[in-house]
Design a protein around this ligand. Structure first.
Ligand code: CO
Length: 134
């Protein structure tokens, strides 16, 4: 079921500073900020040869990233995204194996205009997992 690592998402307290350190210090290709109001985040993508990073910053009052940054003021890894070929088949397999899919269990459209689901971190060793239909 599980495919490639699509991205690692890092919550950052200062998007401009984080972007500058990846672009100027590490020499990575870094996108402009993109607001995703439905996910409560502003994202910047960092393109690496074999995968991407997503720098996440809270957007709006209900942002899931705001609480994370309260607990981790310096930022930290927020989630890891794996690709799957069929998100509905993946969801059904996970649920039948007793894993918890967050929200109402229906895929939403993620940062790359593709369907995504999130899995409960307690079912995966404390790691929030995003599945994206590739
Ligand atoms: Co993500």
């Amino acid at each position: 079921m599980i495919g490639k690592l699509n991205h690692v998402a890092i919550a950052v307290p200062d998007l401009a500073a984080a972007s500058a350190s990846y672009r100027d210090t590490l020499g990575a290709k870094v996108s402009e900020p993109l607001d995703l109001p439905s996910h409560g985040v502003t994202t910047i993508f960092v393109e690496l040869e074999n995968t991407k990073l997503e720098l996440l910053h809270p957007l709006g009052d209900e942002s899931p990233i705001a609480k994370f940054l309260e607990r981790n003021p310096g930022g930290g890894i927020h989630h890891i995204c794996y690709e799957v070929a069929d998100i509905y088949a993946a969801r059904d397999k996970l649920e039948s194996d007793g894993m918890r899919v967050l929200g109402d269990g229906e895929p939403s459209i993620g940062a790359h205009d593709k369907p995504v689901l999130f899995l409960h971190p307690k079912d995966f060793n404390g790691t929030l997992i995003e599945l994206e239909q590739a």
